[in-house]
Design a protein around this ligand. Sequence first.
Ligand code: FCB
Length: 511
Amino acid sequence: MTATSSDGASAGRRFPPDFLWGASTSAYQIEGAVDEGGRGRSVWDTFTHTPGQIHAGDTGNIACDSYHRVEEDLTLLSELGVGGYRFSIAWPRIQPSGRGTVNEAGLDYYRALVAGLRDRGIAPVATVYHWDLPQALEDLGGWANRDTAERFADYAQLLARALGDEVAMWITLNEPQQVAHQGYRVGTHAPGKTDFALAAAATHHLLLGHGLAMQAIREALSGRVPIGISLDVHPVRPANEDALEAATVLDAEHNRIFLEPVLHGTYPEAARAELLPRAELIEPGDMRTICAPIDFLGVNYYSPYYVRTGDWDDLRAGESALPGHPGFVNYAPPEIPKTNMGWLVEPDGLYDTLLALDREAPRLPLYITENGCAADDYVTPEGVVDDLERVEYLRGHFEASWRAIQDGVNLRGHFVWSLLDNFEWARGYSRRFGLYFVDFGTQRRLPKRSAAFYSRVARTGVLPAGVLPVGELPTGELPVGEAMRQASEDELVDAGVAGAPATARAVPGAL
Ligand code: FCB
């Protein structure tokens, strides 16, 4: 692709015209209304109500109240000017006990959401499972039980029949590695199990569920709508030579354990045996089901991991013990910035990931289905949220996407996590990832400066080059409400770029 822009500031950073800019959320993190519309209980209801599991005892009971604020959130999406919205469907709203007849009230909620997106020209991208397993299925063993994979396929088919091709893209699972690892191996997420055997079984059944669900959706929709899966990929970097082999093992255990079955139908040999499903769990035909061709791969990218040799009893700055790998440590190089999640900010990690995936699965359409950062956002006395570190994070990662496209990667879209500040799992409401600030007391949404920046990128398809001087950054003041509805697209772009308030705060340096 050649640069077509005549504008010096943006030369060379024009994205393909059909590139899909989007924003992502998930049901439990934003909907609230956990006891309404016939919704059943999910493992996250149980987990958040278990003392000591979640920061400050937070729950998703109310979250962003999006169940009641669909119209308002749809308005935010149009205001932002994105082409796609990735949301997830709460299984316990559709099948309160995880099986059997459908709860129509639950379906109606998503029917209205999908119709509202379509009306606004926004492509609905639906995730079938973003971690809220019906508690009734967990009571029968959850993902460690093979039957859950079958139930999941039934549920997926039911959704495909009900919402049909009004949904533009289907995503079977979100980050199954986090479900198996945090949910069943280390217990930091629901259902809070700490058992390697359960986690290994869950790994296989999640993958099987993905394969069966894909078949079920394809059948229901005769292949008319693209189906994929969203995997969290972290490049693993050895920080010294002695850590080369450990990095290969970690890569197998964090990334390839899901990538390899989906892309090739095999489990990675380099992973430790106790992380892999026992042979007797893998029935004939399973691996073929799991590796049926996907139409696209969703990549959730946040940060790389660095590993080096180290002494657990004498940890140095930036080091933490690497469980299961004695003599090795996670390492945060001091020169790499971190977000308040402690996650390293390295856009090159995204670039490297995209290139590696393209080498491994040539020309497979890729979408970044999540990418974003948490920051210590606050509303200034002037009433704006100057989240300059998020603007920088996004700019750097959009540029990484752009470079990957230049180098031939079939990258089709980039979705920012998240539309709204929301319930950040074990961290509760203490971590804000949104383009919109949410005042959880009043549920008022306020566009951050990053929303204005992103709006400009999404509407123009052009990424401004380099670090923007503060005065040239869009303000966080997108038109809202009635004014917003009346504004033409051009006015919105102008509003996003004009009149930044003078501020002495420095833009963080180039990453
Ligand atoms: C991902 C999850 C998403 C969100 C981000 C920050 O792992 O898929 O729900 O919590 O992290």
